[in-house]
Write a new protein. Structure first.
Length: 71
């Protein structure tokens, strides 16, 4: 099963997923990213002091971009 990595990014900050998750295909990774964004949306927006926008970027094992979704 391919490994997918879920990175959080804003204009000023990046939080890199170094472990990743084994998922069967890119469509499943996309769904997982959208779910993660929905779960994190409230918490990160409340912590943001500068109104920055966060994204969840999903990459594969070879660093290829699979999906990006906004919080």
């Amino acid at each position: 099963m391919p490994r997918s990595y879920f990175h959080l990014r804003s204009k000023d900050q990046s939080l890199w997923d170094k472990e990743g998750v084994d998922l069967p295909d890119p469509a499943t990774a996309q769904g997982a990213a959208d779910k993660l964004a929905a779960e994190l949306r409230g918490g990160l927006l409340h912590e943001s002091k500068h109104g920055c926008c966060w994204t969840v970027a999903v990459t594969g094992e070879g660093d290829e971009l699979i999906h990006v979704t906004s919080l």
